[in-house]
Design a protein around this ligand. Structure first.
Ligand SMILES: [Zn+2]
Length: 124
């Protein structure tokens, strides 16, 4: 795996052969996971431990943006993805995947243009 650093704001992303992983944190009592630099569990106050999540996930929701944003040409589609046993992250939906993206869809997270993006359905 190659550590790509912070390619998407505060997210810490790591490339692997089967997709993109997010380095985040997890409560040792499994109350809470995060993709960001939180250090204390909001539920129990224990210190969070570093954990790696992905690339498998499920689309929680998605939307198509029709207004301009820096570095993007509208329309473009974004999806919130719940990583398996991990946090929810924002991903790009590549144009080829827009016709089939669906809430509840099982996907893999990959890197496209330096950002997390959804890819093919996960078969397992
Ligand atoms: Zn906790």
């Amino acid at each position: 795996m190659n550590d790509t650093g912070q390619l998407n704001g505060p997210l810490r992303l790591v490339r692997s052969d089967d997709g993109l992983r997010v380095v985040g944190r997890r409560c040792p009592e499994a109350h809470h996971t995060t993709a960001y630099a939180d250090f204390v569990c909001p539920d129990c106050g224990r210190r969070l431990e570093e954990a790696v999540f992905g690339p498998a996930g499920v689309v929680w929701s998605y939307t198509t943006i029709t207004t301009p944003a820096p570095g993007r040409t509208p329309p473009f589609t974004l999806a919130y993805v719940d990583l398996a046993d991990g946090p929810r992250i924002l991903c790009d939906v590549p144009a080829a995947a827009v016709p089939t993206v669906a809430v509840g869809q099982r996907i893999s997270v990959v890197e496209v243009d330096g950002r997390p993006a959804i890819a093919e359905e996960v078969s397992r």
